[in-house]
Design a binder for this molecule. Structure first.
Ligand code: NOJ
Length: 475
């Protein structure tokens, strides 16, 4: 293993609303997570990332924070948080928390007050520029009462903070310290590339790249000054013991644009989303791995999170998703696994009336949004009748209870893979078209992207017989 704990770690993403519900209200909570730490320990993860659990009106399910230094009663209390951290650390599981610095909730005291911490522009019949919101409609809303436009790269309930204001920087230093003092091992930074906007608020060149989160915008995001913030934060977390980390959500379609965020005195890691946008295709996946390895000093690997379609659906089947698991867990560097990925959950096709994602509403159903990957995970065969998003009946047999100890189940594959996960140098090997093969330490990983059976010797772990990945011992 490497010297810094996170360099080869497996992070497990807990989407708090949908993980474990301790009080039966249909929504996951912090005591629920604490009660399932043995499961995570047994699975073999090194760290968990908690999505926002702060007080929030819930316009974007927690990514609209109305108080950065408290816990929403829906999820528990600060004492519950302290218990969770203590119980995780007792099992050697590290905990990182989400921080949402690009925008707050419109219910935050700062916004209800004088708004000096926000990007506002007085008067005018037209919005100050042509920026669109990521989720449809303009990125500006006019407030009649105040006589100004305010900026929101996401929903109008998520006004963008103005990082040119010293006060905002000081406030966030205090917020980081609040959670660091409570023992968190680091932060996942939401929209990390977006905090600073071009001071001139110049128009964005059209046509707009709309496919992903404003990923290739030039004026609303990725301004040089944003790096000062991460230099400061790097120093701040460095004052604490134990190698605390900063993981940025830095989304660009070219990985080379992520590299400056990973300079030695800035973020420790950034999500590498390149695999999230690949189909199940050997060449495309290899090209994406190569691009990432060439562009970045440290590469994280991600196939799923709470914003994208689950891989069973995206890659076209369970076999593909199982093979992808062995591919993922053999790649060099930190890996992020999203809750339920280890159960082989598919994207759920929810009825429109059940959908809650603001993307669905704001685009008037044109984009279905992200609810399909956020359905609460099934723990027992008896599903949860009041889950905040309905669980499909077939998930009974996908539950942790049903899969535990069942030979060949997704869950047992993940457990075994985490146990055997190779470390050490990575190198490609020659392999026929439709396959990928590489060495990782003393293990060889062979991935078949077709329906052919793979005749191989020395197999240590196989995901299936075709459309499969196998790990073979190099001895
Ligand atoms: C990225 C988060 O992952 C997503 O869920 C959220 O809606 C946006 N940032 C806005 O905060």
């Amino acid at each position: 293993m490497s010297e810094r704990w996170w360099e080869d770690a497996v992070f497990y993403q807990v989407y708090v609303r949908s993980f474990a519900d301790s009080n039966g209200d249909g929504v996951g909570d912090l005591p629920g997570i604490t009660s399932r730490l043995d499961y995570l320990d047994d699975l073999g993860v090194d760290a968990i990332w908690l999505t926002p659990f702060y007080p929030s009106p819930g316009a974007d399910h927690g990514y609209d924070v109305s108080d950065y230094v408290d816990v929403d009663p829906l999820f528990g209390t600060v004492a519950d948080f302290d218990d969770l951290i203590g119980a995780a650390h007792a099992r050697d599981i590290r905990v990182i928390v989400d921080i949402v610095p690009n925008h707050s909730s419109s219910e935050h005291e700062w916004f209800k007050g004088d708004r000096s911490r926000y990007v506002t522009v007085a008067g005018g019949d037209e919005p100050p520029n042509n920026w669109p919101s990521n989720w449809g409609g303009p990125a500006w809303t006019y407030d009649e009462e105040r006589g100004h436009w305010y900026l929101h790269l996401f929903a109008p309930e998520q006004p963008d903070l103005d990082w040119n204001e010293r006060q905002v920087r000081d406030d966030f230093d205090g917020i980081l310290r609040f959670w660091l003092d409570r023992g968190v091992d680091g932060f996942r930074i939401d929209v990390a590339h977006g905090l600073v906007k071009k001071a001139s608020l110049a128009d964005e060149p059209e046509p707009f790249p709309q496919e992903r989160f404003s990923s290739d915008w030039r004026t609303a995001i990725d301004q040089p000054e944003v790096h000062d913030i991460y230099r400061d934060w790097n120093g701040l977390v460095g004052e604490y013991d134990g190698d605390r980390v900063l993981v940025g959500e830095v989304v660009f379609s070219e990985q080379a644009r992520v590299a400056p965020y990973l300079r030695p005195d800035e973020l420790h890691m950034a999500f590498n989303f390149s695999l999230v946008f690949q189909p199940w295709d050997a060449e495309r996946i290899r090209a994406s791995i190569d691009e990432s390895l060439a562009a970045l000093p440290i590469v994280t690997w991600v196939l799923e999170n709470h914003d994208v379609t689950r891989i069973v659906t995206r890659f076209g089947g369970e076999r593909q998703a199982r093979a992808a698991a062995l591919l993922l867990l053999a790649l060099p560097g930190p890996v992020f696994v999203y809750q339920g990925q280890e159960l082989g959950l598919e994207e759920v096709d929810l009825p429109d009336e059940a959908r809650q994602d603001p993307i669905f509403r704001r685009t008037r159903g044109e984009r279905t949004g992200r609810d399909g990957c956020r359905v609460p995970i099934p723990w027992t065969r008896a599903l949860q009748p009041n889950a905040w998003l309905p669980q499909p009946p077939a998930w009974s047999e996908k539950s942790v209870e049903a899969q535990s100890g069942r030979h060949g189940s997704f869950l047992e594959l993940y457990r075994r893979a985490l146990e055997l996960r190779p470390h050490g140098p990575f190198a490609w090997r020659e392999s026929p078209p439709g396959t990928l093969m590489f060495d990782r330490g003393d293990m060889t990983c062979l991935v078949h992207f077709t329906d052919e059976r793979v005749p191989v010797e020395g197999v240590v772990l196989a995901s299936d017989e075709s459309n499969t990945a196998v790990w073979m011992s190099g001895e």
